[in-house]
Design a protein around this ligand. Structure first.
Ligand code: HEM
Length: 229
């Protein structure tokens, strides 16, 4: 359907968010913000390898930046970004289902990678994981021995529970798959899909996905093995 016809209001002037191109751009821009967030968060968490003093000082710095306002600004921005990302994904999925001709799905499955085929499932799992993660390491309701202000102790005691570590391990595998196809897709939305750039796009997607997933996987595994204690 031509973009100009996909409007909520005027049939001539296309609404940005009603068009599939507009929703793909929302998806891509929010995807970039979330990719940057998970990368920075992963780098910040590396402080766990430097011990309790370093990690707790870093957590205190995050809590107190801009007189305590910095963390709230980031929380609100992240919440809006996650909601927009989920809304764009859901509405594009529903449009695809209603527009897809018979037989197309079989063709698409042949060409798709595991990562692209599982985007919806990994996305839904990650949404659930984020809620669990906040209740586990930020507010403490899902933590067996949470102590306010002791990010390091909460991290270690949290991952000493095999079930909690298992949830994090599955979530990081989902994150790696989701990031891999996500980076590949947003670079396509931004128009970098060209034989000349495709090798670089694939390399960036692979390095980022493997790096973030591997480093994040190392946290629960290191606690379970007693490397971090
Ligand atoms: C093994 C992987 C991860 C570890 C070890 C980890 C660790 C942590 C820790 C220790 C905190 C609390 C910091 C504090 O109390 O100051 C935290 C908060 C948070 N994490 Fe993670 N995280 C991981 C993965 C993720 C992922 C994949 C996401 C998002 C997709 C995420 C999103 C968040 C958010 C939104 C907060 C809340 C920040 C706040 O509002 O205070 N984390 N994480």
């Amino acid at each position: 359907m031509p973009v100009a016809e996909q409007t909520w209001g005027s049939p001539v002037k296309a609404s940005f968010l009603a068009s599939s191109v507009g929703r793909k751009i929302v998806m891509a821009v929010t995807g970039v913000v979330l990719s940057v967030f998970v990368t920075v968060h992963m780098l910040g968490n590396l402080q766990a390898y430097m011990g309790a003093t370093t990690m707790n000082a870093y957590a205190k710095f995050l809590q107190e930046s801009l007189h305590g306002g910095g963390i709230w600004i980031s929380r609100i921005v992240l919440l809006v970004v996650v909601l927009l990302h989920a809304w764009a994904a859901l509405s594009l999925t529903l449009s695809n289902w209603s527009a897809r001709p018979q037989g197309y799905r079989a063709q698409q499955l042949q060409a798709a990678t595991l990562s692209s085929r599982t985007m919806r499932y990994t996305g839904v799992f990650l949404a659930g994981f984020i809620i669990y993660h906040l209740l586990h390491l930020t507010t403490g309701q899902a933590h067996p021995a949470f102590v306010h202000g002791d990010a390091y102790g909460n991290f270690v005691r949290g991952f000493q529970q095999p079930l909690a570590s298992a949830v994090y391990i599955v979530a990081q595998l989902c994150l790696g798959l989701h990031l891999w196809h996500g980076v590949w897709s947003f670079t396509q939305t931004f128009g970098w899909s060209h034989p000349r750039y495709n090798i670089a796009r694939r390399a960036i997607a692979t390095v980022l996905a493997v790096l973030v997933a591997a480093v994040n996987l190392s946290f629960p595994i290191s606690v379970l093995l007693g490397v971090i204690r």
